[in-house]
Design a protein around this ligand. Structure first.
Ligand code: ADP
Ligand code: MG
Length: 256
């Protein structure tokens, strides 16, 4: 688990200010959702936490550590995207295993020819596959480990993408609209699964969506973003019952 601190984050793209002085303290183990209309800066903020984008000013803390300048793979967070970005030619098992293979195998051991010959590689891969199986069991993917992504449903693919994040045992999961490619019925189902997964893992979840229903049903707290700022931060009930501005009320759909 990791608390995540954002301190006065500013970001512009080509003279357009996208994030305006964003300060936010995300608690250890909470499910925090960044919600807001398209273009308000949610993905940019998440990418800055992940280290995929660099802020112009301000600082990011993960756990006890200032991570400005720390590489994405060293931050202890894992990102789950809406486009699952699975490798089409690899099985489900290998798709989930990939981050561990990158960590633990040498470049030579990852080459097709040499990997057949190396006993060290075989030993490491056995360990990795045991971890993959544990993750697959947690996500109910056990029977699908030998399939290719094209042989899976959208929901199953999304679970594989989650598995690939989980296998690294990150302290925090960063999810950018992970359900938006699913049909409506499956989306509702997966909301429940994600909330459940959050309870079981006890990890910090930072979840991005433009869908206020999703935000209101899944989150411990919601940060509503408008035009690069956090307009209001609170529990779903607080935002619904006591919207601080008209803009919050109209986005959340509170009664006037
Ligand atoms: P959201 O995820 O809330 O829809 P984004 O963070 O993706 O919003 O984008 C916020 C604004 O920043 C948008 O106007 C978008 O066009 C712009 N933007 C995002 N990334 C880039 C980029 N790499 N280059 C230029 N403009 C960008
Ligand atoms: Mg986005």
């Amino acid at each position: 688990m990791a608390a995540i601190g954002l301190e006065r984050i500013c970001k512009s793209f080509g003279g357009t200010r996208v994030l305006r002085d964003v300060t936010l303290a995300i608690r250890d183990g909470e499910f925090l959702t960044l919600v807001g209309p398209s273009g308000c800066g949610k993905s940019t903020l998440l990418r800055i936490i992940a280290g995929l984008e660099r802020q112009d000013s301000g600082s990011v803390t993960i756990g006890q550590r200032r991570v400005d300048g720390v590489r994405p793979s060293e931050r202890g967070v894992a990102m789950v995207f809406q486009s699952y970005a699975l490798y089409p030619h690899l099985t489900v098992a290998r798709n989930i295993a990939t981050p561990l293979e990158m960590q633990r195998l040498t470049l030579l051991e990852r080459l097709p020819l040499l990997r057949l010959l190396s006993p060290r590689r075989r030993r490491i891969m056995r360990g990795i596959m045991a971890e993959v199986e544990a993750v697959a069991a947690a996500l109910q993917l056990e029977g699908l480990l030998g399939r290719k992504p094209a042989e899976l449903s959208g929901g199953q693919r999304q679970r594989v993408a989650l598995g690939r994040a989980m296998v690294r045992r990150p302290d925090a999961f960063l999810m950018d609209e992970p359900l938006s490619n699913l049909d409506a019925k499956l989306r509702v189902h997966m909301r429940g699964e994600l909330a459940d997964l959050h309870r079981r893992l006890g990890a910090t979840f930072v979840y991005v969506t433009h869908d206020q229903t999703e935000a209101m049903t899944m989150s411990d707290r919601v940060a509503l973003m408008l035009e690069g700022r956090i307009e209001q931060l609170g529990t779903p009930a607080e935002l619904y019952d006591a919207p601080r501005t008209l803009a919050v009320a109209s986005f959340i759909g509170s009664p006037p």
